[in-house]
Design a protein around this ligand. Structure first.
Ligand code: ZN
Length: 63
């Protein structure tokens, strides 16, 4: 399997950091290089799949 590589510094170590960009009303999860901070991806703070399962369980819906 190929190993993910930072396009800026060549590191293979990544981390998830909670961040609220300027002009944003929401927290986001930045996937970034653990060595230089180069952002390679952004995710919603809440995991939508997990939230849907929680709501379905409360509504007694089997997914
Ligand atoms: Zn890097």
């Amino acid at each position: 399997m190929a190993k993910s590589t930072c396009g800026k510094c060549g590191s293979h170590n990544f981390e998830t950091v909670v961040n609220t960009p300027e002009q944003s009303k929401f927290q986001l999860l930045f996937i970034q290089c653990a060595e230089c901070g180069n952002v390679v991806g952004v995710l919603d703070y809440f995991n939508i799949g997990t939230l849907i399962k929680q709501f379905a369980k409360r509504l007694h819906i089997n997914l």
